[in-house]
Write a protein that binds this ligand. Structure first.
Ligand code: URA
Length: 218
């Protein structure tokens, strides 16, 4: 019976175009200051007093993340931008509006039904790509959020989110997007970042395909 169910699941996944990539084990973050935090409240307190890196000096607000804390689906972006730093909420600028529309129109979900977070919780000045050193310092918080939410699926938004989540620094986002990776029991699917879509609207088609795949796997 187990075998039949597994075969049925694999057959369904093949029908919806799921392609598997080698499994990736999340590497343990360098700092282990979150290992004993067993609730969102404790984690929030820790993050809100963080001064591990230089971004803590220039930030206006910490962008912790938001949404359903037991969501099946989690989105991971790169880092807060201007509007996120102003408001303390992830993805609220133009890219955020586009992400919200994609969640609504393709996944047929409300934004509040998913969980949205970033690799880095504070805005890098001039929206620079966060360095690996900073990402590694901050990543422990995100990994704890993943552990607490326990999503079925994580969508990595863009190259930086994919690279820093997986430590796979080689594979290009256009090669890996839409491919399902087993991320320690969670399905990780990278796709293009909404900011990239604002600059390259023709890539929306690819994201549409990836999100249809996500919808079918939820
Ligand atoms: N881009 C990101 O990667 N994250 C945000 O929260 C906003 C824009």
């Amino acid at each position: 019976m187990q075998r039949y169910k597994l075969l049925k699941k694999l057959y369904h996944e093949r029908l919806i175009g799921v392609q598997y990539f080698d499994d990736i084990k999340p590497t343990k973050p360098i700092n282990d200051i979150v290992s004993k935090l067993d609730s969102f409240e404790k984690l929030r307190q820790k993050v809100f007093s963080c001064s591990l890196c230089e971004l803590s000096k220039s930030r206006k607000n910490i962008v912790f993340g938001e949404g359903d804390e037991s969501a099946n689906l989690m989105f991971v972006g790169e880092a807060p931008g201007f509007y996120e730093d102003e408001s303390g909420k992830p993805f609220v600028g133009r890219a955020g509006e586009l992400l919200t529309n994609i969640i609504k129109s393709v996944l047929e979900l409300d934004r509040s039904e998913v969980y949205i977070a970033n690799i880095v919780k504070c805005r890098p000045p001039n929206n620079a790509t966060p360095t690996l050193e900073i990402a590694n310092m901050c990543k422990g918080y995100l990994f704890k959020q993943i552990e607490l939410v326990k999503p079925k699926i994580i969508v990595a938004l863009g190259s930086t989110a994919y690279k820093y989540l997986t430590n796979d620094m080689q594979t290009n986002i256009s090669k890996i997007r839409g491919i399902v990776i087993d991320f320690d029991g969670i399905k990780l699917i990278p796709t293009f970042h909404p900011s990239f879509l604002l600059r390259n609207p023709s890539a929306k088609r690819d994201v549409f395909i990836d999100m249809k795949k996500v919808k079918a796997m939820l």
